[in-house]
Write a protein that binds this ligand. Structure first.
Ligand code: FES
Ligand code: FES
Length: 156
């Protein structure tokens, strides 16, 4: 059986400590060990963006990140970004602008857009397109997603 080391980090604002195998990826740790299934497993190859979480505020593909690399860092998932009551401004804009269809890609887009707007509250359309260029959606055609992010930023 592989050895398991202690891993501690902040998850959605709360300290967590658990045993973790050295080769375990963050996506598995979140979904399987911590039961935070809002972070989706799409490709498992770093190409779809469904598994995006924030590590120290930066969008990060959890399927490509070894869990041990978040030791001492702050990890925020879609569960942590969602307010206890209601929706975040980005989430509300996605609903109001019809930016979600099957919804599988949506957590990744919300995480990415949230990081963008925290760093740059008034992004241009080009900056939005650049920020979400690593997130794939097979349903919406992206127009509604960009519209929603612009609305969340107060552009519309
Ligand atoms: S599941 Fe991580 S990028 Fe697709
Ligand atoms: S809403 Fe279905 S993949 Fe984006």
């Amino acid at each position: 059986m592989p050895s398991r080391d202690a891993l501690s980090f902040r998850l959605n604002g709360h300290p967590v400590e658990l045993a973790c195998e050295p080769a375990r990826v963050l996506l598995d740790l979140l979904r399987e060990d911590l039961r935070l299934t809002g972070t989706k497993r799409g490709c498992d190859l770093g190409t779809c963006g469904c598994c995006a979480v924030l590590v120290d505020g930066r969008p990060t593909l959890s399927c490509l990140t070894l869990a041990r690399l978040v030791e001492g860092r702050a990890v925020d998932t879609i569960e942590g970004i969602t307010p206890a009551q209601g929706l975040s401004p980005v989430q509300r804009a996605f609903v109001e602008h019809g930016a979600t269809q099957c919804g599988f890609c949506t957590p990744g887009f919300i995480v990415t857009a949230t990081a963008l707007l925290r760093a740059n509250p008034s992004p241009s359309r080009a900056e939005i397109e650049r920020a979400i260029s690593g997130n794939l959606c097979r349903c919406t055609g992206y127009a509604k997603i960009i519209e929603a992010i612009r609305a969340a930023a107060g552009a519309d």
